[in-house]
Design a protein around this ligand. Structure first.
Ligand SMILES: C[S@@+](CC[C@H](N)C(=O)[O-])C[C@H]1O[C@@H](n2cnc3c(N)ncnc32)[C@H](O)[C@@H]1O
Length: 192
């Protein structure tokens, strides 16, 4: 299914999200068999995009998150698009992930880091690099200023964007920073 059709079924926002996601997938050139982790399920837009692209996706968020951005009815959306069976949900906190070292070819945070408590962000960066394979990618999508301006019109309490470099461990390699249509995109490379 193409993203136009998917956004008709989900929401117009999905098209813009998919555009930023496509930018990154083109840069990463992951094989179809890649092990991918989507941190911060939310509405699962990003997990669904990855599943539509053919990946088997693990996604998760803390079971205890009672914010308006968590525990959303994403399974219905995934079913509507025929990709529910390609998405596995694990409840976890990204500051202490239940995965082995070197488990994933790519770890994605789409619109997530700024929702993580400030005191946990150092650990989240450390953990995401730990679970990435050698040469694996850790990708943060954080809202551009104009995206935030739009979000604040409906949610004035929405947090400011987070700059991952403030929380990255010493020696972590920022491979690229790209401006997408909605998000600023930071790609870290494990072991580079
Ligand atoms: C706006 S939603 C993300 C949108 C989602 N990625 C999408 O594509 O639709 C923010 C997410 O961050 C998650 N989050 C906040 N703190 C977290 C933490 N410590 N560990 C993992 N996820 C966290 C929330 O539970 C929520 O799922």
């Amino acid at each position: 299914m193409n993203t136009d059709k998917a956004s008709e079924i989900l929401s117009p926002a999905f098209k813009a999200i998919a555009s930023d996601a496509a930018t990154v997938l083109a840069m990463l050139e992951l094989p179809a068999s890649a092990a991918v982790l989507d941190v911060g399920t939310g509405e699962a837009n990003f997990a669904i995009y990855l599943a539509l692209e053919g990946f088997e996706v693990i996604t998760g968020e803390p079971a205890t998150d009672s914010s308006q951005y968590a525990n959303k009815p994403w399974e219905d959306s995934a079913r509507k698009l025929g990709v529910r069976d390609r998405i596995r949900f694990d409840a976890f906190d990204a500051s202490d992930m239940p995965y082995s070292t070197d488990a994933f070819d790519a770890v994605f945070f789409f619109g997530v880091l700024h929702h993580v408590e400030e005191k946990l962000r150092d650990a989240v960066l450390r953990e995401s690099l730990r679970v990435a394979k050698n040469n694996g990618a850790v990708v943060f999508f954080e809202p551009k200023p104009e995206t935030l301006e739009r979000v604040w019109q409906t949610d004035p309490s929405h947090p400011e964007a987070a700059d991952p470099s403030r929380y990255a461990p010493e020696g972590a390699k920022l491979e690229s920073k790209t401006t997408g249509s909605l998000m600023d995109i930071y790609i870290y490379r494990q072991g580079a």
